[in-house]
Design a protein around this ligand. Structure first.
Ligand SMILES: Nc1ncnc2c1ncn2[C@@H]1O[C@H](COP(=O)(O)OP(=O)(O)OP(=O)(O)O)[C@@H](O)[C@H]1O
Ligand SMILES: [Mg+2]
Length: 308
């Protein structure tokens, strides 16, 4: 066992303590100690590597053989972010309201960055109240960010590498034992973001809606840039404009429109790709009995070569 790994194990053992026993003073002392911990490169450790399987109609990872318009749009968003003069590397994705596509957008932005195999990219679920990253990726919710911020384990222990995209790492939300605002309003969150910046080329943080709770402001304070998601069939215009006004100009990277209708300036069909169903008509009519409903509705990512 390497010395780095032994040291991390020792620190983890020290950090695990029943929450009922922890007094405020102890927590503050732990907090201060944690913030002073020297950084450990997660790639020196045994990071869990997990294969991800998605439902057939999942809007996640539109980068396979379908070559969809969505994939092209995400690539364009990636270029816009890379070319941003502020060189933002830790990005929070939020929106004015609920169910507008923050989580899907955060996951797809992280994965489009991860198509560049020489980059390391991290997707963090910092929406500790309505966390969904683990659901979309079919991962365990714990251990996650909440456990790391609570001091129950170290950041390096909650990292998951996506097998099909070795450049992509995920931190699920975990299960907060205290109010999420308290967890994010600590030096641990700020320290975590600094560490992410040291380990990864790009970090995409999924967050709650702006203004719903204090969490978003605390998340944004430690990030370099904000990407606001709007969804025409969902977003309330007045609410969106108010939120847009409130985002510091120097942090606003842009607005990403989710679920938009086809636009007349989009690429014409000769540039589009489509799924081709190669089964015969009889095969289409009679699914194999051995295929359970789950198998029929799932697809694998990374099944075919993916170009950056
Ligand atoms: N581009 C898209 N194409 C198809 N479905 C989408 C798309 N974006 C979002 N959805 C679907 O809309 C629902 C809400 O998306 P998502 O969870 O990303 O929203 P959210 O803003 O993160 O919600 P919340 O406020 O609850 O965190 C999900 O069922 C998701 O699969
Ligand atoms: Mg969400």
């Amino acid at each position: 066992m390497s010395r780095v790994f032994q040291a991390v194990k020792k620190k983890s053992a020290e950090a695990i303590r029943p929450s009922s026993e922890a007094t405020t003073a102890q927590r503050e002392a732990d907090d201060a100690r944690h913030c002073e911990d020297p950084p450990v490169d997660p790639l020196a450790l045994n990071v869990r590597s997990v294969a991800v399987h998605l439902p057939l109609r999942s809007p996640l990872f539109p980068f396979d053989e379908s070559g969809s318009e969505a994939a092209e749009q995400y690539r364009m968003a990636r270029t816009t972010i890379i070319q941003h003069p502020g060189n933002p590397r830790v990005l929070v994705v939020s929106s004015a309201g609920t169910r507008e596509g923050k989580t899907i957008t955060a996951a797809n932005l992280a994965s489009v960055f991860a198509l560049k195999s020489d980059w390391r990219v991290l997707l963090v679920d910092a929406d500790l109240r309505r966390s969904m990253v683990h659901t979309h990726f079919r991962l365990s919710r714990t251990p996650g960010l909440a456990e790391a911020l609570q001091g129950a384990c170290h950041l390096e222990d909650v990292l998951i590498q996506v097998k099909q995209f070795p450049s992509l790492y995920v931190i699920p939300a975990g299960e907060p034992k205290v109010n999420p605002t308290e967890l994010l309003d600590s030096c641990r969150w700020a320290t975590a973001c600094d560490r992410f910046r040291g380990y990864f080329d790009y970090v995409v943080v999924d967050s709650p809606p702006v203004g719903a709770v204090a969490d978003y402001d605390l998340i944004q304070a430690s990030c370099d840039g904000v990407i606001l998601v709007a969804r025409p069939d969902q977003t309330k215009r007045k609410c969106f404009l108010e939120v847009l006004e409130g985002i510091p100009r120097e942090k606003l990277i842009g607005v990403l429109m989710n679920c938009v209708e086809k636009w007349f300036l989009w690429k014409q069909p000769r540039y589009r790709y489509a799924y081709h169903d190669v089964r015969s008509d009889s095969e289409k009519a009679a699914p194999k009995e051995t295929d359970g409903p789950d198998e029929l509705s799932r697809r694998s990512i990374g099944r075919t070569p993916i170009s950056p």
